[in-house]
Design a protein around this ligand. Sequence first.
Ligand code: ZN
Length: 159
Amino acid sequence: MILYRLRCSAGHEFESWFRDSKTYERQERRALIGCPICGDTKVERALMAPRIGKATGAVEVEPPAAAPAPEAPAVPEAAMAAMTRRMPKELRDALLKARAEVEKNCDYVGGQFAEEARKIHYGESDKRGIYGETSDAEAEALADEGIEFGRLPWIPRGN
Ligand SMILES: [Zn+2]
């Protein structure tokens, strides 16, 4: 599973999970990817934000420290809940959907994420989608090694 940051022709940015880059390309060609804000299917890949945690506008929400972890230490649960309440409903729904997809399709590896991602990348583990937590430093190291992964703001379920 990889997370792409996408931008529709109206300039809305959003993130979406794909099985792999080919899946994205196929869906993009068939106009199967819709902007969650305006429904536009003319989307293109935006650059992944290299740093998580910068202030953002109302639509392009990039929550602070978006490690995909319910207990990510960088994001106190209360802060995450407050942030979630400020999100546009469409974005919240999209994130919840993404979370559910990840939970359904990927193996949870907890704090072993970086280690396991490397094993998969180098063929020591079965190729599969995984999710878990990792530190900023580890995430940068993975990116340097050319390992594909994405970050998902792990927003709380419920209201
Ligand atoms: Zn749009």
